[in-house]
Design a protein around this ligand. Structure first.
Ligand code: NAD
Length: 489
């Protein structure tokens, strides 16, 4: 059981009328309230440009909790801790009023000067907000000052560096919490337990026993109404630079000497430093890009990416990436880490498949082939692990059959796997940055991604190259099959 420690803080949300705040942040804060992590001594300020009143804001907050209300935890009482401040982040005057309100709430709720700033806004405002928070004295308070920011953290190494420098004017590295909501997922955090609490797993976790590792983050949805953002980003920047490289570093890192933020980060950084640099013509050998065209899914005709709103009719933006990553160190030398992610694929799944090497010879052959052992870590929509093994078929003879040893997180432990945001906000309030990205990780991953992006932006691919509702372009299958493997489905 996690120890329930009440958190005392003023949480200021920039972008308080936005989608992220409504769909994720208010429900997550309410969950923390129902679990006792937030009680009496907390207050939330929502800021945005709209001229809302406190009462209207509170109504919106209560509305955002529809369907998740818990007996004994009145949404109205929870919402009474919420205050609204109409605020244009680019206007200096607005900060004076916001500062007065912050100080007032600090006193009223006895918040000990603890402040958490959540920037749930477009990243082009981050630098301005940080420098104003500094110049207007928001961070000179008695308690802690912490900043949570959303992805994307830059568009390449240069812009990420620029953004980082502007944040660092006001906040130290250990006060900046770069959120990567995948890192808040239960099963991602479980990677460390599966590896470091099971001797049968960790002792096989190397190139002597593992053939290849596969990480799949697939979505069935298309770009929907995010065309403008996605045209600038593409799957490489949107998914690989952050979520996928974070997962790969957790899988590949050496055991840390302690499970502290600093030690885990240190090992993740070392894993990222061991990534083989892919540049120039090698990009075509190690990476495959794709863009979805029209297709029929469940009898419904769907438009291609190029027909989406705010997307160029001749767009060169990738909606799919597959790659073979190599980690050049003693543990992983020779083991490919295949990754793939994309939109409008056949199924929505996030999973990791660790394929173990076959037994040295098949004693049950030649008529029976043996399936290899695979450890699958299911992250979403199902949460759990499956170990694929071979056993004897009951009865006469020595026939083998594959079986799956299953652990599904949702069945034995109840239905409520904690929402990623809830966990991450709680971690931040607790000062635990383990599941946030450190600048060293961000800069190393941009450095890796920039070289691929440079090659792709200088050449046009024959897009669209996969049909909506399939698992991506054929080249992605070739990437794996040419090494004698196949994607684990
Ligand atoms: P949104 O457009 O719904 O909300 C933006 C908010 O910023 C609104 O409250 C708006 O009023 C406010 N705003 C805009 N300009 C302002 C100004 N000059 N002064 C004050 N307020 C201003 O966006 P969103 O979907 O909530 O996303 C916010 C951030 O979170 C983005 O960086 C996005 O990439 C990231 N993000 C969102 C989600 C999600 O589920 N929505 C998921 C991951 C990351």
């Amino acid at each position: 059981m996690t120890e329930v420690k009440e958190q005392v803080a003023l949480i200021t949300i920039f972008g308080g009328t936005g989608d992220l705040a409504n769909r994720k942040l208010y429900p997550s804060l309410y969950h923390l309230f129902t679990k006792g992590f937030l009680k009496e001594n907390f207050a939330v300020i929502g800021t945005a440009r709209r001229p809302w009143t406190n009462d209207f804001f509170r109504e919106k907050v209560v509305e955002s909790l529809k369907g998740i209300e818990k007996e004994g935890f009145d949404p109205e009482e929870f919402a009474s801790h919420f205050y609204y401040q109409s605020h244009d982040v680019t206007n200096r005057e607005s900060y004076v009023e916001l500062k007065d309100l912050s100080d007032e709430l600090d006193k009223k709720y006895e918040l000990q000067g603890n402040r958490l700033f959540y920037l749930a806004m477009a990243p082009n405002f981050f630098g301005t907000i940080a420098s104003r928070l500094k110049s207007e004295g928001f961070v000179d308070n008695a308690g802690f000052s912490r900043l949570i920011i959303e992805k994307p953290f830059g568009r390449d190494l240069a812009s990420a560096q620029e953004l980082n420098e502007s944040l660092r004017q006001a906040f130290d590295e250990n006060e900046i919490y770069r959120i990567d909501h995948y890192l808040g997922k239960e099963m991602i955090q479980n990677i460390s337990v599966i590896r470091f609490a099971n001797s049968i797993i960790e002792s096989l976790w190397n190139n002597r026993y593992i053939d290849n590792v596969q990480v799949t983050l697939s979505e069935t949805l298309g770009v929907e109404d995010r065309g403008r953002y996605y045209e600038e980003s593409g799957a490489l920047r949107d998914m690989v630079q952050n979520h996928i490289l974070q997962i790969v570093s957790l899988l590949a890192m050496e055991p840390p000497i302690k499970l502290t933020t600093q030690e885990i980060r240190h090992e993740k950084v070392r894993a990222l430093r061991s990534l083989r640099v892919i540049e120039g013509d090698d990009v075509y050998k190690y990476f495959v890009r794709g863009q979805y065209g029209p297709g029929t899914v469940d009898g419904k005709e769907l438009l291609g990416y190029r027909q989406a709103e705010n997307v160029d009719s001749d767009s060169n933006t990738e909606t799919f990436v597959a790659a073979k990553l190599m980690i050049d160190n003693f543990r992983w030398s020779g083991v490919p880490f295949y990754i793939r992610t994309g939109k409008r694929l056949a199924k929505k799944t996030t999973q990791i498949a660790i394929q173990f090497k076959n037994v040295p010879m098949n004693l049950f052959g030649p008529d029976q082939s043996l399936g290899g052992n695979v450890l699958v870590i299911h992250i979403q929509p199902d949460e759990g692990i499956t170990l694929h093994m071979n056993v004897k078929e009951p009865g006469q003879g020595m026939l083998t059959m594959p079986v799956n040893l299953n652990y599904a997180h949702s069945s034995p432990d109840g239905m409520n796997t904690p929402e990623a945001y809830e966990k991450l906000i709680q971690d931040c309030l607790n000062g635990d940055a383990t599941y946030f990205s450190h600048w060293d990780e961000v800069s190393l991953s941009w450095n890796f991604i920039d070289k691929v992006a440079a090659v792709w932006s200088n050449s046009k691919e024959h897009f669209p190259n996969y049909t909506s509702g399939t698992m991506g372009p054929k080249e992605a299958d070739k990437l794996v099959s040419q090494d004698g493997f196949e994607w684990f489905e």
